[in-house]
Design a protein around this ligand. Sequence first.
Ligand SMILES: [Fe+2]
Length: 208
Amino acid sequence: MKIPTAGRNPRDFSTGIGRSPKGFSNEFKLPNREQAIALLEKYRILPNILAHSMQVNRVAVFLAKKLVKSGEKVNLNVVDMASLLHDIAKSRTIIEKRRDIHWVEAEEILTEEGYPELGHICKMHGFSELNKSKNPSWEAKIVCYADSRVMHDRIVTLQERMEDLKKRYKLGDDEPHLVIWKNLETEIFSKLKIKPNDVKKLVENEQS
Ligand SMILES: [Fe+2]
């Protein structure tokens, strides 16, 4: 399967070793982009999930770079790899028609593959997982929020994505995961000069 490279050098950001987000040891192992792509293929990523993951990757890396520019400590390598791999288990649960806890399985897969810390960050994009952590890292928060801005493979507003999720899963406005998303949007954009609605245009401009 041919994997697109988000219009940039596939080796961008991926050095193999990540500096530690808060709460982790000083250094932990990260795959490079080729290794990440091999993992996605190994776990039978479906084309639509791949397209979604690539778009989440673009949004996440875009926001991470903006946050770094505004003085926040964010590890771009970690954001790059976690956003690319966050749905690594989703295709498997769809193909095997199993209960969808793909975020938990993502952690299991990446731990087995030798990337436990990265797996933990991927797990935190799942339903309400961020609420279980006292002090989640920027990397986990960025990946979770970027996922909220991509519906299938399209960058949308948070509102649009929430409406879709509410319909699909019959959720109320007070669903904790939706509250997490809203709070993340407030927190992230309180640090930036751009507005949430600027993201789509700016990310798409980067690609052209
Ligand atoms: Fe996702």
